[in-house]
Design a protein around this ligand. Structure first.
Ligand SMILES: *Cc1c(COP(=O)(O)O)cnc(C)c1O
Length: 400
């Protein structure tokens, strides 16, 4: 259990301190590192204690689908970083989004969602929530007028992911928060790409943040997990869904993510700095038609990103001159970057969105989303930026 005096000393502490210190679950053994509680159930002090814990009138754990001290430590640390009252850890990022929707929506509700969200999020809304009577309208990320026009009397949730993948468009979170307040709906923000190290949506008026912890919160590509952050009242609802339906985070994964958070800001700063350098260099290359990164001064989302983010993150994309053949040539000629669709790893990844992450979209949908055949996405890792530049140079040289 966390020592109250240590916890109180953290009141008002800065993000770097919270990332290392919040959510300490130290036991009587006095261990310095966070303990890993690999246990499915817990022993009670007496029959009366068992009854009280089951009734919820006494503190303490009952079963790890309900609570686990390592998972709780991760939840407390992430909540502190996001500036939320509470967090709930889930088995994956999709479990975080599903749990939020199942807990807070009901049949007959309507959701307005930005068009460029993670592909599986679109499938969750259209294949499953739709089946249970929750309707969704997709709108362009940037157009607040279209968001406003899409809101109906039965709209209960606005769902947005910013910056967008892979073109790094930036949504106005304060503006969307106002729309949510005006329509008495909840604003849910997928904060996977920025993480609380770069962007804290709750401070801009959002009600809920969802995460795929699989990406930058882990940061080293080891575990799948997710989380939901928000007010204590809303998180209580999400927690009841989780306890009942079961997509909880394992203690081991929580321990990995807990340690991942300690280095989150340092990593995000390094990802952002290298991505900016690469974006600037790519722009000088004759074989490149266009570079998309909100850190570039002439990116349409630059001014807004500067206001609402602390840096611009690790993901960038660019169009090579030509089409699919040229994009594939560049990708296949790189030797350091991993050809994988994942992101948020210490290892840089490179991918051709049109035939992988966005391959299930129709040609018209891809066209509308700007996912052309000559587009390449790079999620910049923690290698030396000069080596990454050499690698892309190798890729571009294949075109000559
Ligand atoms: C990966 C991802 C998800 C889904 O997370 P999983 O952990 O893979 O379930 C959701 N949103 C975004 C933005 C993602 O990148």
């Amino acid at each position: 259990m966390s020592d109250d005096s240590e916890f109180n000393a953290l009141h008002g502490a800065r993000l770097d301190t919270l990332a290392v210190r919040a959510g300490i679950a130290r036991t009587a053994e006095g261990e310095h590192a966070e303990p890993l509680f690999l246990t499915s159930s817990y022993v009670f002090d007496s029959a009366a204690d068992a009854a009280a814990r089951f009734a919820g009138t006494a503190p303490g754990n009952v079963y790890s689908r309900y609570t686990n001290p390592t998972v709780r430590a991760f939840e407390q640390r992430l909540a502190a970083l996001e500036g939320g009252e509470a967090a709930v850890a889930t088995a994956s990022g999709m479990a975080a989004i599903l749990s939020t929707c199942m807990a807070l929506l009901k049949s007959g509700d309507h959701v307005v969602c930005s068009r460029d969200v993670f592909g599986t999020t679109v499938s969750l809304f259209t294949r499953y929530l739709d089946k249970f009577g929750v309707a969704v309208t997709f709108v362009p990320l940037l157009d607040l007028d279209q968001w406003r026009a899409a809101i109906r009397p039965d709209t209960a949730m606005l769902f947005v992911e910013t910056p967008s993948n892979p073109l790094c468009e930036v949504a106005d979170l304060a503006g969307l928060s106002q729309l949510a307040r005006d329509s008495a709906s909840l604003l849910v923000v997928d904060n996977c790409f920025c993480t609380p190290a770069l962007q804290t949506p709750l401070a801009l008026g959002a009600d809920i943040v969802v995460h795929s912890a699989t990406k930058y919160l882990d940061g080293q590509g080891r575990c799948v997990g997710g989380a939901v952050v928000g007010s204590r009242a809303l998180m209580e609802e999400v927690m009841v869904f989780l306890r009942t339906c079961g997509p909880t985070m394992s203690a081991f994964n929580a321990w990995v993510f807990l340690k991942g958070l300690e280095t989150l800001r340092l990593r995000m700063d390094a990802h952002s700095q290298s991505a900016l350098e690469l974006a600037r260099w790519l722009r000088t290359q004759p074989a490149i038609e266009q570079v998309y990164y909100a850190g570039l001064e002439d990116h349409p989302g630059h001014a807004l990103a500067r206001r609402q983010q602390r840096a611009y993150g690790g993901v960038l994309s660019f169009r090579v001159r030509g089409g699919r053949e040229q994009a594939w040539q560049v990708i296949d000629a790189t030797r350091i970057m991993s050809l994988t669709a994942n992101l948020g790893d210490a290892k840089t990844t490179i991918v051709h969105p049109a035939t992988t992450t966005h391959g299930r979209l129709s040609a018209a949908e891809r066209e509308r989303a700007g996912i052309t055949e000559n587009l390449i996405r790079v999620a910049v890792g923690l290698e030396h930026v000069a080596d990454l530049q050499d690698d892309l140079q190798r890729g571009l040289a294949a075109l000559a």
